[in-house]
Design a protein around this ligand. Structure first.
Ligand SMILES: [Zn+2]
Length: 189
């Protein structure tokens, strides 16, 4: 099992149980994926949750030719439906403010905890995206308006694959089709 992968997280997904099948159909129609020939093992390095629906296909030639490294066999593309938190783990970066663009690091030794972690806690528990205030410019915005790439995001729909080199093209097509806000996590544990 690999210890790194990429998650494309849809930040404004609904709880619709059909959304995973809908996304799987769309990925196949757009030739991003096809039914897998191999039996894939656990698709996600941090998988330990129950109650999640997972559909796994294989990356199709369109995605394979974008990969930075020569793949050894099929690449699993897993759709996860169900409430879950995604983070880049060792590649973590603080969220980037939509106004000033800065990624404010928490102040080491500060008495209060990192406010972003509190925001994520509330998001996780309520399933409603809370607001977050930029510690540098005081801009306040709902957390899904921030750039959450490689930070933390809660969502009920994501695509996970070792698709290094193909992730930006796929995300662009997803944004074009489904709109909304997305985050990319380059997970490494
Ligand atoms: Zn700011």
């Amino acid at each position: 099992m690999s210890d790194s992968c990429i998650d494309l997280v849809q930040l404004d997904a609904t709880d619709d149980p059909d959304q995973a099948q809908h996304l799987q159909r769309w990925l196949r129609e757009r030739a991003w994926t096809r039914a897998a020939e191999a039996e894939f093992k656990a698709p996600h390095p941090t998988t330990s949750e129950s109650g999640l629906l997972r559909l796994t296909d294989a990356l199709a030639p369109k995605g394979m030719q974008l990969l930075r490294n020569e793949p050894r066999g099929e690449i699993a593309v897993t759709i996860t439906s169900g409430w879950r938190a995604y983070t880049a783990t060792a590649n973590y970066e603080p969220p980037a403010c939509p106004a000033c663009g800065e990624r404010a690091e928490p102040i080491i030794g500060a008495e209060s905890a990192d406010p972003f972690i509190e925001v994520v806690g509330s998001w996780w528990e309520t399933r409603v995206a809370p607001e977050h205030t930029c510690p540098l410019c005081d801009h306040r915005a709902v957390i899904t308006d921030w750039n959450l790439d490689n930070a933390v995001a809660c969502s009920s729909l994501a695509i996970t694959a070792e698709m290094y080199g193909a992730e930006n093209d796929l995300r662009q097509e997803l944004e074009g089709e489904f709109g909304g806000q997305w985050a990319t996590m380059h997970e490494h544990i």
